[in-house]
Design a protein around this ligand. Sequence first.
Ligand SMILES: [Zn+2]
Length: 135
Amino acid sequence: MPTNKPIPTSTTEYEHQYWQRVANGDVCIAHCQACDHVYHPPRRYCPDCYSDEWEFEPIAGTGTVYGYTSIHRPTERFASDTPIVSAIITLDEGPRLMGRVACDSEAIAVGTRVRLDTSGLSSDNVRLTFELLTK
Ligand SMILES: [Zn+2]
């Protein structure tokens, strides 16, 4: 179902491929074939060795909260989503990315373990959403 919420625009072929994968629930990081470095977001040259020989690599979807904030007064289009817990997640593979965490702000802390929920991803929704991992 289409929403009135914005989706990212791609300025490079790598970004276009990345967002298409996300829309299909296939969230990836870049894996340099020359030096084995993994990074995010994808870019033409590896930030460690400047090689252009890299490939998309699927992520396990698990990670740890590096930092977060709770948004109680978002822009109008996101008003129905409040409060929004937005976090920087350190993936188990190493790179960090931003996403929402489906929880109350009191339930999250730096170091909380989370898992990506790909069930709501589509061409109209590429907002990454994580859920809390319970012990
Ligand atoms: Zn490299």
